[in-house]
Design a protein around this ligand. Structure first.
Ligand SMILES: [Zn+2]
Length: 538
């Protein structure tokens, strides 16, 4: 009993001490160099170990180089190798050597300057807050703007030549290597998206957003984008030909801007309470809002929006199958977006129908945000679904069909329900879905562990098999399965494989008429993937 009391006393004393002592920040001085950015940490008092908030070992192993002799970085913490205390250390941060999935890059070059991810400098919880300082060389500046040498490190910050910054409806940061057509398209989309969302949500942004465009010629071709506090949106184009942007790149950038700008409202101004489990909610609306914004701006036609929705409906049906979105939500990958867009599309159709076209999905989000404002800024799926009409007791109410598990007739019933709301949705076959189902089924016969394939080549498919797939080891490229070309005639290939697998026969994979491998198919194929064409979406 005595012990219990003394513990209580000690806690009370500690709490008093902590409350009266001012919280002295850790100072982080950022100094740009030719090869990166040097960060010097000055701690308020010596420590034996300095823990960082985000461990991201893969990123730091690649980009963080401790400069102070006798010090090392391991498992997200800096310490002296002799175990002694220290109050200062320096790190040279160099650009990431490759992009990483679901990770912010530590450092990206833009027009001779740097895009720095600030939160990687933050100390672990319970430690003193960090205070970023930067002394840019002559002619250089920062974005978002530093205030008397202090930069916020809660998101991306650009430190570089001032002439890479252009003002507009947002602050744009990009180097001379970015083609004018790309700058113009991004600036126009940013301005239109801001105006459109502000009007439709009845609410502007508190701070002017910053948009950074970077080209990274050393990475494999592709692109990546993300947003941080600031608010900042970063768009990065990869590959040796990144500077030769075509209209596809520009369209992608516009859709990206439209998507990310909606996050300035639904992720940065307000937040999803269960953003992991309910990723479909904030991602779905960002993507659906982007479609509406592109349509509004004339960047997409009615038919193109319908085509996009066809892909979402088809993708969601084949990802969820019998599972309900409520109990088994996807947390990553394309299904988050596919099913998320489908939810928003249904909600949009229902709100329009119920209001004779005077309200739509933006009005629903406006009300959701108004309620979030009274609840600390957070909204959630239950609140959204109640507003969208999930409580409709009708068995064929489309949101019920999507959110709850269902039998084989569930997806056709959902398509029917969409028709009842004014859309025109016709069953079809999807080459893309059948190609994926066929290739994955064949790989499933021989692979142990991870397997997949690479897209991007219209004439053949490169398999991702490494040493895990027996006769298909070594990432072979194929264009024909079961006697039919899987790029130009995949439905015939899918139909031919069915009877072979039912009879446990052999499937031949080949490239340009030359056999690559023969796989014995021991398990029957699943039914053909579902697919629809959305001929009218509203
Ligand atoms: Zn998003």
């Amino acid at each position: 009993m005595l012990g219990y009391v003394s513990v209580l006393l000690a806690t009370a004393l500690l709490a008093t001490a902590a409350a009266t002592e001012p919280s002295v920040p850790t100072r982080v001085e950022l100094k740009p160099t030719v090869g990166g950015v040097e960060a010097t940490f000055t701690l308020p008092a010596p420590v034996a170990r300095f823990e960082l908030e985000e461990a991201v070992e893969d990123v730091r192993a690649d980009t963080w180089h401790v400069q102070t002799p006798g010090m090392a970085l391991a498992q997200g913490a800096v310490s002296r190798t002799d175990g002694a205390s220290f109050a200062t250390f320096s790190v040279l941060v160099t650009p990431d050597s490759r992009p990483r999935d679901r990770r912010y890059p530590a450092l990206t070059a833009i027009g001779g300057g740097w895009q720095i991810y600030g939160p990687y400098f933050k100390a672990a919880e319970g430690r003193s807050p960090i205070e970023g300082h930067v002394a840019p060389p002559k002619g250089w500046t920062t974005a978002p703007q530093a205030k008397s040498g202090r930069v916020a490190l809660d998101g991306y910050v650009y430190v570089g030549p001032a002439n890479n910054i252009a003002a507009g409806s947002a602050t744009f940061v990009t180097g001379p290597e970015t083609p004018t057509a790309m700058r113009d398209a991004v600036a126009k989309a940013a301005s239109q998206a801001t105006a459109y969302y502000t009007k439709r949500l009845g609410m502007g942004l508190k701070a002017k957003p910053t948009v950074m465009i970077a080209l990274v010629p050393g990475f494999n071709p592709g692109w990546q984008g993300d947003t941080t506090a600031g608010p900042v949106a970063s768009l990065r184009f990869f590959g040796p030909k990144a500077a030769q942007m075509d209209s596809d790149d520009t369209d992608r950038a516009v859709q990206f801007v439209n998507h990310e700008f909606f996050h300035f409202w639904n992720s940065r101004t307000f937040t999803s309470r269960n953003s992991g489990k309910e990723a479909w909610l904030h991602e779905g609306m960002a993507e659906y809002a982007a479609l509406l914004a592109s349509r509004q701006a004339g960047v997409m036609s009615e038919a193109q929006v319908g085509e996009a929705l066809s892909g979402r409906l088809t993708g969601c049906a084949n990802a969820l199958k019998a599972k309900g979105l409520d109990a088994d939500p996807p947390r990553r990958g394309g299904a988050v977006y596919d099913c998320g867009v489908l939810v928003q599309w249904i909600a949009d159709l229902q709100v329009r129908r119920a209001s004779n076209g005077s309200r739509d999905v933006f009005d629903l989000w406006r009300a959701l945000f108004a309620e979030a404002a009274r609840n600390g800024g957070a909204y959630d799926g239950a609140g959204f679904l109640a507003r969208a009409g999930l409580d409709d007791p009708a068995a064929d109410a489309p949101l019920n069909l999507l959110m709850r598990p269902g039998g084989p007739d569930r997806w056709p019933r959902l398509a029917q329900a969409l028709e009842g709301l004014g859309a025109k949705v016709t069953p079809t076959r999807s080459g893309e879905a059948e190609r994926e189902a066929l290739v994955m089924h064949v790989l499933g016969q021989v692979c142990k562990g991870g397997r997949g394939f690479y897209g991007g080549d219209p004439e053949a498919l490169k398999l991702d098999t490494r040493d895990r797939c027996g006769v298909l080891n070594g990432d072979p490229t194929v264009d024909t399965i079961a006697g039919h070309n899987i790029m130009t005639d995949v439905q015939a290939a899918f139909d031919a494989a069915g009877p072979i697998c039912a009879a446990q026969g052999d499937i031949v994979l080949s490239l340009k008429g030359k056999a690559v491998a023969t796989v014995t198919c021991k398990t029957p194929m699943s039914p053909r993937p579902l697919a629809w064409t959305v001929e009218r979406w509203r």
